[in-house]
Design a protein around this ligand. Sequence first.
Ligand SMILES: Cc1cc2nc3c(=O)[nH]c(=O)nc-3n(C[C@H](O)[C@H](O)[C@H](O)COP(=O)(O)OP(=O)(O)OC[C@H]3O[C@@H](n4cnc5c(N)ncnc54)[C@H](O)[C@@H]3O)c2cc1C
Ligand code: SF4
Length: 490
Amino acid sequence: MPIRTPEDYVASLRGRKLNVFLFGKRIDEPVDHPYIRPSINAVAETYRLAQDEPELATATSGLTGERVNRFLHVTGSAGDVVMQNRMQRALGQRTGTCFQRCVGMDAINSVYSVSYDVDQAKGTDYHQKFKAFVARMQAENFVIGGAMTDAKGDRSKAPSEQEDPDVFVRVVERRPDGVVLRGAKMHQTGCLNSHWLLVMPTMRLTAADRDYAVVAAVPVDAPGITYIVGRQSCDTRALEGGDVDQGNAQFSGQEAVIVFEDVFVPTSHVFMNGEFEYAAPLVERFTAYHRRSYVCKTGVGDVLIGAAATIADYNGVAKASHVKDKLVEMAHLNETIYGAGIAASHESKATASGNYQPDDMLANVCKHNVTRFPYEIGRLAQDLAGGLMVTMPSEQDFANETTGPLLEKYLKGRPGVSVNARRRMLRLVENMTLGRNAVGYLTESLHGAGSPQAQRVQIQRLMNLEEKKELAKRLAGIDDDAAAGGDGAK
Ligand SMILES: Cc1cc2nc3c(=O)[nH]c(=O)nc-3n(C[C@H](O)[C@H](O)[C@H](O)COP(=O)(O)OP(=O)(O)OC[C@H]3O[C@@H](n4cnc5c(N)ncnc54)[C@H](O)[C@@H]3O)c2cc1C
Ligand code: SF4
């Protein structure tokens, strides 16, 4: 039965016997773990949105003609790419965190076009196999995790130059019926909450790195995979009981280390196997897709701006001019991120395979803004929240018969606002700027889809400085030939 509802989705994750470790212990059933469940809830919202707003979160598949979840849709127009951004903003607003499903969506769309290009050049059959794989994912309505980032070891060295060859995922054995993978992928968003992983190379490769040029789909429960779940700031609050101090008790992101210890992948699920020249185009197309996917953070930003405005209201300062100005600044920064991202999507062009690829420059500008602006939005939110956001006693102290009444008396804001409302809003700001969901709102904004320098390198490559110099010289009346030999005037 395909997954249709959020409840179907949660049920589909049960009983998989994954090899998962958290806090040094193996977890039998991640679905019921209070640490992990909020991240499952966030993915479940992608299914709920598809029910609530099918125009936004589903699309008609060009592969099957069926209505499918937009996270599994191969884009067939620039409009499809734009709709992804709109959906991402809506989900950021609903969850206030990373809802984890976009890495797979962007991986599908980049592997789709690159597998086509490889086949055209090399006579392979990757693209047909990939289309069959995606059609199956669409029919089942599965979640796909995008596994790109390797452990990477010494960052100054290529995969084949590393002291330990396993710090990048590689093919350790080629069999007649498939390949065997070894290595580790880091920071893997929502991997436990996925059904399949799409493994991809993480950087430009050379002939010496041939074994690292592998794209393969692997079921999350394949033998040989171990998951080690990452910590998040203030994470143990999820284990304390209570729902106030968590700030956002319902939703969180999830990242884990995935270790592949000789994982077999049948040929039908291998979509690149040694074509090292295509690693760079794949990384470029994926990052263009994913860097403009970071408009997700504008949905999260909407929540944080709303929280800052609400706490200012609760504190009785909503009408102060500097407060209004700070909220305007937050909105301006947030919309600047969205502007570049949605522009990148609008400017999408058809690839040879027929799907659409967003504008590389604008996508990189979007992500580069994301490496900075959420930090400033977070700073302004903390400014408006006041210091209580980080000095407030625990919810157990509010429940205590001695300290509870004292806190009720002294933590009041303006008349008509309950202390409970005020502390919940402060905890939400804390959650998003310092706590669990600051992982998604801040550090993921910095490093996810590539650290800031990766965007600067791409912007430098794409900015076409020579053409800009010519524009300036033309208006200034300078002729290069004349400049070399005389006064330079035209
Ligand atoms: C919350 C979160 C979620 C993520 N989710 C996913 C996911 O789902 N799937 C996935 O595949 N990846 C994911 N990532 C990984 C993300 O793409 C990487 O974090 C990012 O590419 C940076 O890699 P790194 O963390 O290894 O940092 P590093 O590459 O070690 O970078 C650290 C610093 O070193 C610099 N640096 C690195 N290499 C060089 C070099 N050769 N020369 C000079 N300077 C260098 C960088 O510019 C940066 O300033 C996620 C990351 C985060 C934080
Ligand atoms: S960081 Fe944003 S784009 Fe990436 S998976 Fe999370 S919600 Fe989607």
